[in-house]
Design a protein around this ligand. Sequence first.
Ligand code: NAD
Length: 360
Amino acid sequence: MNKKIAVIKGDGIGPEVVSEAMKVLDKVADKFGHSFEYDQLLMGGCSIDANGVPLTDETIERAKAADAVLMGSIGGNTATSPWYKLPADKRPEAGLLKLRKSLNLFANLRPALLYGELKDACPLKAEIAERGFDMMIMRELTGGLYFGTRKTEEVNGVITATDTLTYNENEIRRIAVRAFDIAMKRRKKVTSVDKANVLDSSRLWRKIVEEVAKDYPEVSYEHMLVDNCAMQLVKDPAQFDVVLTENMFGDILSDEASMITGSIGMLASASLNDTKFGLYEPSGGSAPDIAGQNKANPIATILSAAMLLRYSFDMDKEADAVEAAVAKVLKDGYRTGDIMSEGMKLVSCSGMGDVITENI
Ligand code: NAD
């Protein structure tokens, strides 16, 4: 297959980690008989330096013209970088928000997987970590409380703030369909998380999820209240496969799920629209403290590239090969500084990319 990938390396460690992911993609192309063409684009601080704005219209158009986008991270040291003296809508992060919106990326996927070799980094009790976990948090990204109308006003002499939480059936259906599709590629279980004992939007959420579930007889599903889900994530995370939820619940639960894996440098993410198109990026930021030192952990970005293969290109075998290579190098004891422990082999960012590439 011939595919075009828009590549946004970004700022800080972005160029270092994305270069390693491209090395891995090139090996996949070579081994499985594909051809990947890269269109390298600027966004964030590097675009401010080159173009005066964090994202140009041309960049948006070129990203749209690709089959998928692979991204590093954007932004700099928020205390010292001149980018943060600019008005909020001209700062690096404004570029990312605009890009997500322009590409209609409504479904955010964050896998939370505990590798056997990194169990010591898991902050949960040893017996829970021992059982391991492998879940996908699927968060609605463009609706709900964060996008509703809001106001602060004086009501009868008392300052009062209001945020509105709105979902329509179409917004719920499209993310539910995505979640069930993804469950079909995994262990075929969906846990839909809501607050249906209180919220109307959650009761509609449940109704639509139940309708969508009828089209997926092979997938088992359950509903769970968000407060219970927050507890279950630390009590028995192994029970989850795909966790489907709305924007604010997903914001909080995905951070909780990331935390129990123990390392930010390992966490991939994807944001999808209603076609096969998606934007794939590590969950962490641009890590200005270690940028340019060849020290960053490229695994989150390499696993994001594996998600790109699986969800945008339907290349499941190829994605499996990348994920297996990551598991193998961890088993063989290779570690970047952030996940280093006694007796393991310390490698650089490019060194980690090399050993993963060799194992594909
Ligand atoms: P950060 O995630 O960049 O760094 C937090 C800590 O984690 C640092 O100690 C860093 O060295 C470490 N870390 C992060 N990724 C790592 C990796 N791959 N390997 C090894 N260590 C890693 O968060 P921050 O310091 O709060 O933010 C720095 C900049 O990144 C800010 O400008 C912020 O706005 C931006 N940011 C961008 C994105 C994005 O591009 N999507 C996301 C979050 C933060």
